[in-house]
Write a new protein. Structure first.
Length: 387
């Protein structure tokens, strides 16, 4: 597997195939063809562009490997990053195809922020100062991350959640110039340890916290449920609508995933026992999105035409009510029911500006279906106690 294939595979797992693009060649006019980037992650108004460099003919000479790093990684790869930004600026839209085989038009004018990353796979003889270069500043492209391939793999493996990965590179961009200015050398693991514990700047001992880091996948991980969402779209007139649902999860950190999973597990348990409980909801203010999770009342039909119509209407109504009650402009709803031995998961997404609705005010006043909620701060990352 080449480095390009590996990164495409890893990004497809971490950011899901819907938002991962490795087929990025475009022809602005007949007879000309360009590649936008080796790999690209596109999440609405945010994108990450990648250039990938792999040492094809490694040597055991550090001086030779340093020349390769300067020419291919610092030189050519960062120049290609600049080309990517130029393409996005020169063309009103560029057609690219994601790992699901779905084609979309990306518009540079709509991108609020672009993270630029060069992932390199050097030889064993590559000097340590090259491995610890960490970034390059371009007069036109600005800050460009330089990341060793094994470090990039470690970042994805440790963080798992798209929003947390985005935040890590934001943090990395803030602290690595300070480290260089101070003449301090750290490993990528030190940067990770400092990020996880919200240190102002990494130190050479920041990695020690990783010994206590708890990768509590069972408590938060929704990646397989969301990654396979496309397999459960059966009744939508617009089959790409599920992208909006995935996007809201991609924009939420691990702490939100954990809270959502708690409510999904509780709902599944209620349905399994044939009981009823009030719908669950939570709002993530950073994206102005309300999440609604509800088990279907076991007294109501869940199958057949009547059951399907009831489920769809109930899901839409509850999701809108959760949005309205929390004054959110977006909502993602999940209704869970049972068909024999199998669970049915019905999803919906609503995106509309909040506006006063007298009828909804009346309904909520007469019988609000949701529990009383309070705001709270939840830490994304957990650690074992110090010994």
């Amino acid at each position: 597997m080449t480095l390009e294939e590996l990164v495409a595979h890893l990004n497809g797992l971490a950011f899901w195939k819907e938002f991962t693009f490795s087929q990025n060649k475009f022809a602005p006019q007949p007879g000309s063809e360009f590649e936008l980037a080796d790999n690209l992650i596109w999440l609405a108004d945010y994108a990450t562009v990648f250039q990938l460099k792999e040492r094809a003919e490694p040597t055991t000479d550090p001086a030779t490997e340093r020349v390769w790093f300067q020419k291919r990684v610092v030189g050519k790869a960062t120049r290609q990053i600049r080309d990517t930004l130029r393409f996005l600026g020169e063309h009103s839209q560029i057609k690219i195809t994601n790992e699901r085989g779905h084609a979309f038009e990306i518009k540079g004018a709509n991108l609020r922020h672009i993270t630029k990353i060069v992932v390199f796979l050097g030889s064993a003889a590559l000097p340590e100062d090259c491995r610890h270069a960490y970034y390059h500043i371009s007069s036109t492209a600005g800050f460009i991350h330089l990341v060793a391939a094994h470090d990039y793999l470690g970042i994805l493996e440790k963080l798992r959640v798209p929003e947390d990965i985005r935040r890590y590179f934001e943090y990395r961009e803030q602290v690595t110039p300070k480290l260089r200015q101070a003449g301090v050398t750290v490993d990528e693991s030190d940067i990770m340890g400092a990020f996880l514990t919200e240190q102002d700047i990494p130190t050479s001992s920041s990695r020690e916290v990783l010994r206590r880091f708890l990768q509590d996948l069972g408590e938060f991980d929704l990646s397989m449920l969301i990654a396979n969402l496309h397999e459960h779209i059966q009744t939508s007139e617009r089959p790409y609508d599920y992208y909006r649902i995935m996007l809201e999860f991609a924009r939420a950190p691990r702490s939100v995933w954990r809270e959502i999973k708690v409510r999904i597990v509780k709902s599944l348990d209620v349905i399994r026992k044939g009981n009823f409980t009030q719908p669950f909801r939570l709002t993530y203010p950073m994206t102005d999105c309300a999440f609604m999770i509800a088990p279907l009342d076991p007294q109501l039909p869940a199958t057949g035409r009547e059951g399907e119509e009831l489920r769809m209407k109930g899901l839409q109504n509850l999701t809108y009510a959760a949005m309205y009650d929390t004054k959110a402009s977006k909502g993602v709803g999940l209704l869970i029911s049972k068909d024999g031995e199998y669970f049915q998961l019905d999803w919906c997404s609503i995106d509309m500006p909040w506006a006063r609705d007298p009828e909804m005010d009346r309904r909520l006043a007469e019988g609000n279906p949701f529990r009383t909620t309070t705001g709270k701060t939840v830490n994304s990352f957990r650690f074992a106690p110090e010994r």
